[in-house]
Design a protein around this ligand. Structure first.
Ligand SMILES: Cc1ncc(COP(=O)(O)O)c(C=O)c1O
Length: 389
């Protein structure tokens, strides 16, 4: 650890010098296959030629002006996100956490408009929404919250994937303004709810006049084979948060809204110095264009079927494996024990992967991986798991 950096991450003992597609090279020239893509931030892989060209071009023209003036690339990004999501308006921020903050602020405004003095938000057990005080208060993980009390109030917690629990609150509480949910929980170990859950939440929110907020910061942008994971169920939220892969590694986040939620703000109510600057916005427009023109969703579906098929064939009878789950290229393999040590063992073998909840191998590879790379990920992960027996 560096003496002058705050002690926030237990970083792996490796320094990457460059990347290309799904490959990374360390300082000694050793090559690694990247199965985590900067925690989902580099869906198009490293050093994508068109993304690199656009970043260099924009850096040579104009990086930043602040939102005191119009930013045409931000307006184009707003148009593109509205089209993809079927929503009305976008606020562009710098991270997923900031997108969540924006969503929560909209919820408070709408709640106050409805006459609530303490507008509440129903949130899920085991959820993750970020590390700011409001986002960690919404998060359903005591480890993330411990030591940061007093937490931001107004959150009512229910079990994930259980619409009845939400319905129960509907009959008991009268100051609820919104439901916030990840359509697929990421940090919780890639938890996919049953089909029908999101629709049931939509029905409750419609009946109660609550906003439905989908946090798709991890599950969005082709990760599951659709632009956004909720589109598998054809359910429309009122607010959607998106970030990570949106500018393929350039920091960005966005809160997308429709209806009253889209019109909640007026000038001076929310803002950001860097949010939606020309560099980040133009990069995001380029990323969305590439995802569309390369039909990345179809590619994800195809590679996903191959990976899940191979994992199930090789691991389904393995006594250490509790579950193989996920959607698209958002993959979790739950083991019957703590497997944190596998991160460094995998690294030795040239594979970068992630462990969440101590016992779930989480794979979020770049969405552009080819079949050989997919096979190599499966092979290395299965070999690692087979050494556990
Ligand atoms: C579902 C979800 N929400 C919010 C966040 C926070 O995003 P960021 O780290 O960009 O602030 C994350 C990050 O992992 C996430 O997975």
């Amino acid at each position: 650890m560096n003496d002058h950096l705050m002690n926030t991450y237990a970083a792996l003992p490796v320094v990457f010098e460059r990347g290309e597609g799904a490959w990374l090279w360390d300082e000694s020239g050793k090559r690694y296959l990247d199965a985590i893509a900067g925690l989902g931030g580099c869906a198009l892989g490293h050093a994508h030629p068109e993304v690199t060209r656009v970043i260099a071009d924009q850096a040579g023209k104009l990086l930043h002006t602040a939102n005191l003036v119009r930013i045409p690339w931000q307006e184009k990004l707003g148009d593109a996100l509205a089209k993809i999501t079927g929503m009305d308006r976008v606020f562009v921020a710098n991270s997923g956490t900031e997108a969540i903050e924006c969503a929560l602020k909209i919820t408070r405004i709408i709640g106050h408009q409805r006459g609530f003095s303490n507008p509440g938000v129903i949130v899920m057990e085991n959820s993750f929404h970020g590390r700011s005080l409001a986002a960690l208060s919404a998060t359903g993980n005591r480890k993330v919250q411990a030591g940061f009390e007093p937490l931001v109030g107004g959150f009512l917690r229910v079990p994930f994937a259980n619409a009845d629990a939400v319905e129960k609150i509907a009959s008991n509480s009268n100051e609820v303004a919104a439901v916030l949910v990840e359509p697929i929980q990421g940090e919780a170990g890639i938890r996919v709810p049953e089909t029908g859950y999101l629709k049931a939440l939509r029905a409750i929110c419609d009946e109660q006049g609550w906003l439905l907020i989908f946090d798709e910061i991890q599950s969005g942008l082709c990760r599951t084979g659709k632009w956004y994971a909720h589109q598998h169920e054809e359910v429309q939220p009122d607010i959607l948060t998106t970030a990570k892969a949106l500018a393929n590694g350039v920091p960005i986040g966005a809160c997308v809204a429709r209806g009253a939620a889209a019109d909640a703000f007026s000038p001076g109510r929310h803002g950001s110095t860097f949010g939606g600057n020309p560099l980040a916005s133009r990069t995001a427009c380029t990323v969305l264009n590439i995802m569309q023109s390369e039909d990345l969703n179809a590619h994800v579906e195809q590679v996903s079927a191959r990976i899940f098929g191979a994992f199930r064939a090789r691991l389904q009878d393995n006594p250490c494996v509790n579950d193989i789950r996920g959607r698209g290229l958002m993959i979790g393999i739950e083991l019957d024990r703590d497997v944190n040590h596998l991160k460094t063992v995998a690294l030795d073998q040239g594979l970068l992967l992630n462990i969440t909840r101590n016992n779930v191998i989480r794979l979020l590879p770049p969405l552009i991986i080819d079949e050989d790379q997919a096979d190599q990920i499966v092979d290395t992960v299965c070999n690692l798991i087979e050494t556990l027996e």
